[in-house]
Design a protein around this ligand. Structure first.
Ligand SMILES: Nc1ncnc2c1ncn2[C@@H]1O[C@H](COP(=O)(O)OP(=O)(O)OP(=O)(O)O)[C@@H](O)[C@H]1O
Length: 228
């Protein structure tokens, strides 16, 4: 479970304080498929960065899987992130000099000290899951947008994270490819009970999720469960 209690985030811009998240109280249960929506600049990415442990709140408490992550130091936070959280970005963020296989392997080498044959098994299974087995030796610039995002999804999942944060994951994809990617993530959520949290403007994602949280000017103005 993820619990935010009285979370605030203020950016200092010279003399000016920019308060972008205001008294956020939000609980997300295991295995939820949820979208955070709202106008540009409303604070969606900031919330994702805070609960994704990429950034720290100015004050308030964030508990993930029973651990208060706001008191962890940088090293412990990075370890916690590596063990529990996966990220998918709109720009895919693949490493251009690494092959598809090596891009997926990268977090396992950086974060989790797994033996090579165990790494291989996990990567091959994920390549199959995202239907990229026949592309495993290609490099990112030899792939389509949808294929790149499938690799990014496999990379986000290879550490078996409990939670995946996806910031506009379909922004650079056409409608059919977006729908395929959303279905892929939904299937993974069902199979592994992985929590997926999206920040998005994409109606295709909004109509696919079970819960929609609306953020306006750093405040939750609506939080509703929907039949998808
Ligand atoms: N590092 C930063 N320093 C200062 N201000 C920032 C920083 N990051 C974000 N902001 C500001 O915080 C506010 C919220 O930004 P955020 O990126 O979270 O919004 P968003 O809802 O994700 O927007 P979009 O839909 O356009 O991606 C904006 O006013 C933005 O300019």
């Amino acid at each position: 479970m993820i619990a935010n209690e009285h979370v605030n985030k203020t950016y200092k811009m010279g003399e000016v304080d920019l308060k972008v998240i205001k008294d956020l109280n939000l609980t997300i249960e295991h295995g939820e498929f949820v979208a955070i929506v709202g106008p540009s600049g409303s604070g969606k990415s900031t919330v994702l960065n805070l609960i994704g442990c990429l950034d720290k709140p100015t004050d308030g408490k964030i508990t993930i899987e029973g651990i208060d992550v706001t008191v962890l130091n940088r090293t412990d936070l990075a370890n916690f992130r590596g063990q529990n959280i996966g990220f998918i970005f709109q720009s895919f963020n693949l490493i251009p000099v690494l092959s598809v296989y090596e891009n997926i392997e990268y977090p396992l080498i950086m974060i989790q000290n797994l033996p090579k044959d165990e790494r291989h098994k996990r990567i091959m299974k994920l390549l199959e899951d995202v239907d990229m087995l026949d592309q495993k030796d290609k490099f990112p610039d030899q792939l389509s947008g949808g294929q790149r995002q499938r690799v990014a999804i496999a990379r986000a999942l290879v550490t078996n994270p409990k939670i995946v944060f996806a910031d506009e994951p379909t922004a650079n994809l056409d409608t059919d490819t977006s729908n395929q990617i959303i279905t892929l993530m939904r299937n993974i959520q069902k199979e592994f009970n992985t929590t997926f949290i999206f920040a998005t403007h994409d109606e295709k994602i909004v109509t696919a999720v079970d819960r929609i949280i609306t953020l306006v000017d750093g405040v939750i103005t609506d939080d509703k469960r929907v039949a998808s």
